[in-house]
Design a protein around this ligand. Structure first.
Ligand SMILES: Cc1cc2nc3c(=O)[nH]c(=O)nc-3n(C[C@H](O)[C@H](O)[C@H](O)COP(=O)(O)O)c2cc1C
Length: 128
């Protein structure tokens, strides 16, 4: 499975480096033509980073799910970018994690990815 991530200060980059999936960082010209999961961070006051918004604007049709890094010091706004993206593009939230996450966060993320991939392959089989 393919992971696209966005990271400004390196926490999300560290999180995804521990995942056993192919991954690529958001960049202005990145176009993704295969199903993928997005991992990003939360900025401003509970906002989606602009680089992530621009990427999704061009590439949302293949998005299967989203996860966000944040910091619990932000209270109700913790990891809010995952909520916004989930609502905007109607995809599930895999998890929210603090900073670069823990071992449990990467385990949970991987389990959620596998569940969704299995679900989609079942749907594809029924459609055939
Ligand atoms: C200016 C600024 C605003 C932030 N706003 C939020 C926020 O609203 N909610 C949240 O959960 N985390 C917030 N954070 C924390 C970041 O999401 C967190 O540090 C994240 O791990 C950054 O990911 P990165 O190191 O991959 O860029 C903010 C951080 C900064 C510097």
């Amino acid at each position: 499975m393919f992971i696209v991530y966005d990271s400004l200060t390196g926490n999300v980059a560290r999180f995804v480096s521990r995942l056993d999936f192919k991954k690529e960082k958001v960049s202005p010209k990145l176009e993704v033509s295969q199903p993928y999961f997005l991992v990003t961070y939360t900025t401003g006051f509970g906002e989606v980073p602009e680089s992530t918004q621009e990427f999704l604007h061009r590439n949302h049709s293949n998005l299967l799910g989203v996860a966000s890094s944040g910091n619990r010091n932000w209270g109700q706004l913790f990891g809010k970018s995952a909520d916004i993206i989930s609502l905007q593009y109607n995809v599930p939230i895999l998890c929210k994690f603090e900073l670069s996450g823990t071992y449990n966060d990467t385990e949970r993320f991987t389990q959620e990815v596998n569940k969704i991939v299995q679900f989609h392959s079942k749907v594809d089989r029924v459609k055939q």
